[in-house]
Design a binder for this molecule. Structure first.
Ligand code: C5P
Length: 468
């Protein structure tokens, strides 16, 4: 007589059986016995009806269905935030994304593979040397058959393994074997987050092109502890996923203005006051926002950069012209003021070239330029929902940025140290601190493009959050 084992059942049947067995607290074999017994007593039709779980696994789930919103491989690390990863699965599926799961051994102390698997609509993967999963899919296929790998929560240990190129368990082997983009959502105790080793590993990952969302500031799992280390909320992670896959354009439907570059304030027809801003950061922000689907107006001072594609560029020279162009571009949802606007202009611009005089150099009377950021942030009507400024400082970077946030009335300030030794002014890399009313978040050093993409992800998440 031929024999039938559970492993020979097709995946869908196995999944239904697993769910039903779990609900009844039986093994899968015992569940089959119950079904067969019922069939023998009440007829096959009724038994078959019974075999289907009363609540079908989520119709939004099956990874067999090629998802309109792409495929995500979710690596769940071992931290208390792992419980939020189950919600993340749902949130991703709500957007048509199919999700597969890997649980690290530590994660299984917080989340059952059965729960993650039931939500995903297929088994959760746990072992590198599990003959069945290596036979079914294998770690190389897991690494390949996805559009993006999301690590949430990304523990200090997982981050260290990824930075060091380890491959001694399924999660790290898959992360090493993939050519797909990786997004990590770090979550750990604040001391672990602040530890030099973690920050070093993180900087390495960012340099390797790994994308990071969070962590946020707030209460820690340990009673009475607070600080930076909470995993980003599932919706923030979803926004970051969408920004990377750009399937839906996280900023589509959003109107955004960006100022960029220096302003140039004339003294006479040939001379002017300017500064060293290259416009690289502002232009990168405009490009990243347009790539994420925003309708972008870029108001730029004189720069040596090509226009970012898909962006409306308005060229100006002076601060006054920049203010006029900004007001013309309103209303917008989001305004990012990355331009290095000259604080002063010459009161009386000479219409003729000023000649060298016997009596010594000319006395140039300076007057203050309008503060464009502050003007827009303090508007009574038509204020953008999100007003973001930059603070280029050489001393007390964060303290000055905090003061500026208040004084200028904006929502966020991105502060950077532009002391000559940093090479930020005009360079390709940037180290910024995001200062908001709720705290300061220091982003690791990265290319200005990376800062721009992270900012776009943050903006998208903030807009989603504001809609809730
Ligand atoms: O006051 P400070 O120039 O340091 O402020 C920097 C921020 O303010 C930047 O976001 C810059 O684009 C913006 N700003 C402005 N108009 C000015 C001066 C600065 O929009 N006149």
């Amino acid at each position: 007589m031929a024999s039938l084992t559970v492993r020979q059942l097709d995946d869908r049947l196995k999944q239904l059986l697993r769910l039903r067995a779990a609900r009844h607290g039986r093994s899968m074999e015992d569940e089959i016995r119950v079904i067969l017994r019922a069939a023998a007593q009440g007829g096959s039709h009724k038994a078959a009806e019974h075999a289907a779980p009363p609540v079908s696994p989520s119709p939004r789930v099956s990874s067999a269905v090629a998802a309109a919103g792409g495929r995500v491989l979710l690596v769940i690390g071992g931290g208390i935030a792992a419980y939020k990863s189950l919600d993340l699965i749902r949130r991703l599926q709500d957007r048509g994304t199919s999700v597969r799961c890997i649980l690290t051994p530590a994660a299984q102390h917080f989340v059952m593979p059965l729960a993650a698997g039931a939500l995903c609509g297929e088994r959760a993967y746990t072992d590198l040397f599990d003959p069945q999963s290596e036979f079914d899919v294998g770690h190389i296929r897991l690494a390949r058959d996805t559009d993006l790998i999301v690590v949430a929560p990304a523990t200090a240990d997982l981050i260290a393994k990824l930075a060091g190129g380890h491959a001694d368990d399924l999660a790290s082997a898959v992360l090493l074997a993939t050519a797909k983009p990786i997004l990590i959502a770090p979550a750990m105790n604040r001391q672990m987050w602040a530890a030099k080793a973690t920050q070093r590993n993180l900087a390495q990952l960012v340099a390797d092109g790994v994308r990071v969302v969070g962590p946020n500031a707030g209460e820690m799992a340990e009673r009475g502890e607070a600080g930076v280390g909470r995993m980003a909320e599932p919706l923030e992670i979803v926004a970051a996923v969408e920004a990377i896959t750009c399937k839906t354009g996280v900023l589509s439907g959003t109107r955004m203005l960006v100022t960029s570059g220096p302003t140039s304030e004339p003294i006479d027809p040939v001379r002017f006051i300017a500064n060293r801003s290259s416009g690289k950061q502002g232009h990168a922000i405009a490009a990243a926002a347009a790539a994420a689907g925003a309708e972008v107006v870029l108001i730029s001072g004189p720069v040596n950069l090509p226009d970012p594609s898909g962006v409306t560029v308005v060229r100006i020279e002076t601060a006054q012209q920049m203010l006029a162009a900004v007001e013309q571009a309103l209303p917008v949802d989001v305004a990012v003021f990355a331009a290095a606007v000259a604080d002063w202009r010459v009161e009386r611009v000479s219409s003729r070239k000023i000649k060298k005089q016997r009596g010594g150099p000319p006395k140039l009377e300076l007057v203050e330029n309008p503060d464009i950021l502050s003007t827009v942030a303090h508007r009574k009507s038509g204020r953008p929902r999100l007003v973001i400024g930059f603070a280029a400082e050489t001393d007390d970077v964060i303290a000055n940025a905090k003061a500026k946030l208040k004084k200028k009335g904006c929502d966020w300030i991105l502060a950077n140290d532009v002391s000559p030794a940093t090479g930020i002014m005009g360079g390709d890399a940037n180290t910024v601190h995001l200062v908001t009313a709720s705290g300061v978040e220091s982003w690791p050093p990265q290319a200005k493009d990376g800062v721009a993409r992270t900012l776009v992800e943050r903006i998208a998440a903030a807009l989603v959050e504001a809609k809730k």
